[in-house]
Structure formats: structure tokens, C-alpha cells
Design a protein around this ligand. Structure first.
Ligand code: FAD
Length: 560
């Protein structure tokens, strides 16, 4: 064992860094592991903002925030978790501000807040359209101020379980090569999302669901894995996100006939309906022949050059660089793309998982505040509030327990497995399997889902998993062997895809991101107001169900 810590955090995005700061401030010895430099974590790509009922733009309070979130989740969110998020959000945002987050301001100097989809009040605090970038830098400054150890460019591959406790992580050292084992009294997974399961996604190459899969392999259940959110405005053809902030500022969505087609789907909320509603509307327009080259158009022109340049500067730049379109003069071609995983490692309100010593927070976790559909601005908030809570709980536990044991056999087994992969000279290259997985997931497990397509995808994934057993890594070297790590990531992704399909087939209703218009077009609260849980047993996903935790909001019809 190389080193040991009280609290070891895998992932250094907003959730991981917020957890690290809190655990340290509780008195624990803390370290972070990240496969990329912390400020390059995908949290930095968040543009639109972070939700807290500060009440700076209207009369708002945590209760309204909670109701919007419950309704937005299509009633699948756990209401106690949502209440925690909304109650703690204002204090947590002011904490970020005091650490130096440069939020955009109102005329009288308070934190500005913009409208976001399905939010009853303008509650999204923002730093122009680079909110995530600002937060990641502020948190990294706090990590540096506390002089926390960061194992940068360490690829976490396996969790160590010993005596029914998680007691460390086995990593591949990207810079120097070789396996490194780091022991810990508690481990917090904060590895982000898994958008790379899909060919059209807003997620970076690093978003491969590693933490979810590592937990799954230790028997920890994943919750609501069928719930992958498709964001309605991703740039064609790259999948780069065009922020919901555009619609918050008043942009229109148009079809090929120049119609604001949302009048037929969400006549009240129009472009500010929730993401699942708009993605389905767009896909329907495209499928029925009213799209423009497989897209619809996001029109900002009426906002005027001054507003676009001041508030949506980054969006303009992305559109010009990646689509050759200047939104001051022309509408932007957009379409739904895989964006956010509402599902993840099941945790309690303090990030604790089913395995002693193992915690999870941020997008890789499912606490669950987003249920079947996440509201824009709530994910960043979740990373901060539940990162903080997981950090505190993990530190508390670590400070009252003393031993860390990593059996030698754990590292020896991992080494044997890795050598077997690296010693293989003949076989298939991983990229072909990865491309096939991502394209077919998009086709068969996308905005709309059909039983026959999901079953077909299940068979495709099973076939790809078999081929994966014979995958060959060409690069045998030690330094920055991305060929190796991408092969390991593919193994994670294939397992997660199998879990998603298992849960998707079982959920015989339409709720939030899981839309089955052909066979089960309606929400079915009688039978499916419950979470899916998937565990890994005998080399395949095994499904069970868990009730939604309700407090005061009974399900109602969602009208926008
Ligand atoms: C383009 C885009 C825009 C968004 N905009 C918004 C927004 O405006 N508002 C909002 O609320 N939400 C937004 N979201 C969602 C939100 O940004 C994310 O859900 C959130 O930032 C995820 O944070 P995280 O800390 O959980 O993970 P990440 O920030 O993705 O961090 C994951 C960390 O885990 C590490 N890691 C992963 N695997 C391993 C491994 N095997 N070994 C070691 N380290 C590993 C990575 O290096 C990284 O440090 C957006 C998402 C996208 C994709």
C-alpha cells in the first residue's frame, strides 16, 4: 500500500472538491484522486448556473424550489432529499460567493438570478455563461489553500473491499505507469456522469461512469439507471451544449416552417418547459419531417447583439466555432443529446452507500433529487450540497475508526488481471466496440424507447461485452497509456449500459426521461411510483424496486 488517508475522494470536480474541503475542515486527513487535472473536470463545462432560492429576482423560497423540483422529477425524486437540497442551497451559494465565486450581479449589487426551465421563479444564479468554470476554480483554490494531497492523473480502477468495508482504491498511475494502491478509512466516489454511453452527448471524453461501475462491481446497487436526460439544445453535429440560459434569456425554438412549435406541446411554459418535454417535442418535429437537416432551430436574433454579447458570449463563440453560425444573425441548429444521468450509486442523505466506508456524491450518485428528470441548475447545486454532506459524514466516520487494511492479494489480483490484458497481442481494438455501443444506445435507448428496440439493444450490448473479453491494447508503454485506460473505461460503460436496459425494459410506463409513447404512453403511479435498483450478480444485472420517499407532495399531472 502506497499511502493511506482518513478520507479518499475519487474525482475532483465540484462534488469531489466540495467533499474534500468539508472533510478537511472536520479534521480529517484528506486526499483526492483524479484522472485529469481537477480544473479540467467536466463541472467546468457547466454554463447556465446554479439554483438556490435567494429571492433576488422575485419572491422565492426553498419551499417553491422544492415543489418545482418534485414536479420536474415527475414525482420520482425522493422528497426528503429534495427538501435538504433546497433548504441548504442558499447558504451553500453564499459560502461559494464568500470563497470568491464571481457571480453576475443585479444593478444593486446582489447575486443575479435568471429564469430556467420548469422553475416557477427566476432562481438560477450564474456567472455569465461560465458558471462551472468559475466554481471549479474557486473550489480548487480552497483545496490548494488547505494544502490537500491530490493524486493527479491517477486512474482509479478498483475499490478495495476488506472485512465488508471499503478500505482503499487501486489506481493506474497515468504519468509513470504501474498500479498504486491507496488505503483509506472512507472512500467517496465523485466521478461524474456517463454521457459517453451515447454518440451524441454534451459530456467530455472523461465522462465514462467509472465510479458507478466500480461500486456496482462490489455489489453496491445503482438506482434509476434508465433515467438518462436528453438536453434539448445540443449543437449539431458535435453535441456541444448550448445552454438553457439562452431560453432563460428569451430565445425561441423554431421548426422548418418557422413555427414556435412548443405551442403545441407546452403552451404555457413554451421554451421554458422542462427538458424532457422539450426534447420529446423536438424529436417529434424532426421525426414528422418538420426538422432542418435532423435539427430544429434556436433563434436568439430578437435578443439583440448587446444582450447576446454580454450574457451569452460563450454560446456565441461555441456556435461560431463548432457550427459556423453567428447567433446574432442566424438561428443555431440544435437537437436533443445525452446530457445528464439522473441515476447512479444509491446513497442516503449523507452520501452513504450500501457498503460501509463507501460514499458517493455528485452526478455519479443517486440520492435522488432529480428523479426522472433534472431541472437545469439543480445539478451544480447537488454537487455542492451533497458533496459537503458526504465529506462531513465520511470524515465523522473516519475519525471514529482507526484501522486501514488492504490485503496484499487485492493488489496482486488486480496486477494479474491487468497483465492479462496488456499481454494479449491478438484481438479486437476497443474503439470499434465503443463506437457501436454509443451509436446503438442512441438509436435504441434514446429520447423515445420501444420494447423491441430496448431488447435488441440488450442483445447488442451482450454481444459487445463478449467481444470486449478479447479486446487488445496496442500500446504497451507506461507513460500516458490512454489506450489502456480507454479500454478499462469501455468495460465500465458496457456494464452500465446493461443496467440501464434492464431497468428500462422493466419500467413499463412513461415518466420523465423514460418515454414509451408506443406501448406505455402514460405515467403509472399505481405500479411505478418507485425506484429501480440494479445490482450485479452472476455476471448480469439483477433488478429490484424501492419506494419513492414522499413527504408532502402527492403526484399531480404535469402541465406546462
Ligand atoms: C456541458 C454541460 C453543461 C452543464 N451545465 C450545467 C449548469 O449550467 N447547471 C447545472 O446545475 N448543471 C449543469 N450541468 C451538469 C453538471 O455540470 C454536472 O452534473 C456536474 O458538474 C458534475 O459534477 P461532478 O463533480 O459530479 O463530476 P465531474 O465534474 O464530471 O468530475 C468528475 C471527476 O471524477 C474524476 N474521475 C472520473 N473517473 C475517474 C477515475 N476512474 N479515476 C480517477 N478520477 C476519475 C475526473 O477526473 C473528475 O475530476 C452541465 C453538464 C454538462 C455536460
Amino acid at each position: 500500500m502506497e499511502a493511506k488517508h482518513d478520507v479518499l475522494i475519487v474525482g475532483a470536480g465540484c462534488a469531489g472538491m466540495r467533499a474534500a474541503i468539508e472533510a478537511h475542515d472536520q479534521g480529517a486527513d484528506v486526499a483526492l484522486i483524479s484522472k485529469i487535472h481537477p480544473v479540467r473536470s467536466h463541472s467546468g463545462a457547466a454554463e447556465g448556473g446554479i439554483n438556490a432560492a435567494l429571492g433576488n429576482a422575485s419572491e422565492d423560497d426553498p419551499e417553491k424550489h422544492a415543489f418545482d423540483t418534485v414536479k420536474g422529477s415527475d414525482y420520482l425524486g425522493d422528497q426528503d432529499a429534495i427538501q435538504v437540497l433546497c433548504d441548504e442551497a442558499p447558504g451553500d451559494v453564499y459560502q461559494l460567493e464568500h470563497w470568491g465565486a464571481v457571480f453576475s450581479r443585479t444593478e444593486d449589487g446582489r447575486i443575479a438570478q435568471r429564469p430556467f426551465g420548469a422553475a416557477g421563479e427566476p432562481r438560477t444564479a450564474y456567472a455569465a455563461d461560465i458558471t462551472g468554470h468559475v466554481l471549479v476554480h474557486v473550489l480548487y483554490e480552497q483545496v490548494m489553500k488547505r494544502d490537500l494531497q491530490v493524486y493527479e492523473e491517477y486512474f482509479a480502477w478498483q475499490l478495495v473491499e476488506h472485512e465488508n468495508r471499503c478500505q482503499g482504491v487501486i489506481c493506474w498511475d497515468l504519468l509513470n505507469g504501474g498500479l498504486r494502491t491507496i488505503g483509506a478509512k472512507t472512500v467517496i466516489l465523485a466521478t461524474g456522469g456517463a454521457g459517453r454511453l451515447y454518440s451524441g452527448t454534451t459530456n467530455a471524453y472523461a465522462c465514462t461512469g467509472d465510479g458507478m461501475a466500480m461500486a456496482l462491481r462490489l455489489g453496491v446497487p445503482l438506482k434509476d439507471m434508465e433515467m438518462m436526460q436528453f438536453h434539448p439544445t445540443t449543437l449539431s453535429p458535435t453535441g456541444v451544449l448550448i445552454t438553457e440560459g439562452c431560453r432563460g434569456e428569451g430565445a425561441y425554438l423554431l421548426n422548418s416552417e418557422g413555427d414556435r412549435f412548443l405551442k403545441d406541446y407546452a403552451p404555457n411554459a413554451m421554451e421554458l418547459a422542462s427538458r424532457d418535454v422539450i426534447s420529446r417535442a423536438e424529436q417529434t418535429e424532426i421525426d414528422e419531417g418538420r426538422g432542418v437537416d435532423g435539427n430544429v432551430l434556436l433563434d436568439l436574433r430578437h435578443l439583440g447583439a448587446e444582450k447576446i454579447i454580454e450574457r451569452l458570449h460563450g454560446t456565441r463563440e461555441l456556435s461560431m466555432v463548432f457550427a459556423g453560425v453567428d447567433p446574432i444573425h442566424d438561428p443555431i441548429p440544435v437537437r436533443p443529446g445525452a446530457h445528464y444521468h439522473m441515476g447512479g450509486v444509491e446513497t442516503d442523505l449523507d452520501g452513504k452507500t450500501a457498503l460501509e466506508g463507501l460514499y458517493a456524491a455528485g452526478e455519479c450518485a443517486c440520492v435522488s433529487v432529480h428523479g426522472a428528470n433534472r431541472l437545469g441548475g439543480n445539478a451544480l447545486m447537488e454537487t455542492i450540497t451533497f458533496g459537503k454532506r458526504a465529506g462531513r459524514a465520511a470524515a465523522d466516520w473516519a475519525l471514529s475508526h482507526t484501522t486501514v487494511t488492504v490485503p496484499e492479494a487485492a493488489e496482486a489480483d488486480a496486477k494479474r488481471e491487468l497483465d492479462e490484458l496488456l499481454d494479449r497481442d491478438d484481438g479486437e481494438r476497443p474503439y470499434a466496440i465503443r463506437d457501436e455501443m454509443a451509436t446503438t444506445m442512441h438509436e435504441n435507448f434514446g429520447v423515445f424507447r420501444r420494447e423491441d428496440q430496448m431488447r435488441r439493444e440488450g442483445k447488442i450490448i451482450a454481444g459487445l461485452t463478449e467481444r470486449y473479453e478479447r479486446v487488445v491494447v496496442d500500446d504497451k508503454s507506461d507513460v500516458f497509456n490512454n489506450d489502456l485506460t480507454q479500454a478499462l473505461e469501455l468495460g465500465f460503460l458496457l456494464q452500465l449500459a446493461a443496467c440501464m436496459i434492464e431497468a428500462g425494459i422493466a419500467r413499463k410506463e412513461s415518466r420523465g426521461a423514460h418515454a414509451r409513447p408506443h406501448d406505455f404512453p402514460d405515467r403509472d403511479d399505481e405500479n411505478f411510483l418507485r425506484h429501480t435498483l440494479v445490482s450485479w450478480r452472476d455476471d448480469r444485472p439483477e433488478l429490484s424496486w424501492e419506494p419513492v420517499r414522499m413527504t408532502k407532495w402527492q403526484p399531480q399531472e404535469r402541465k406546462y
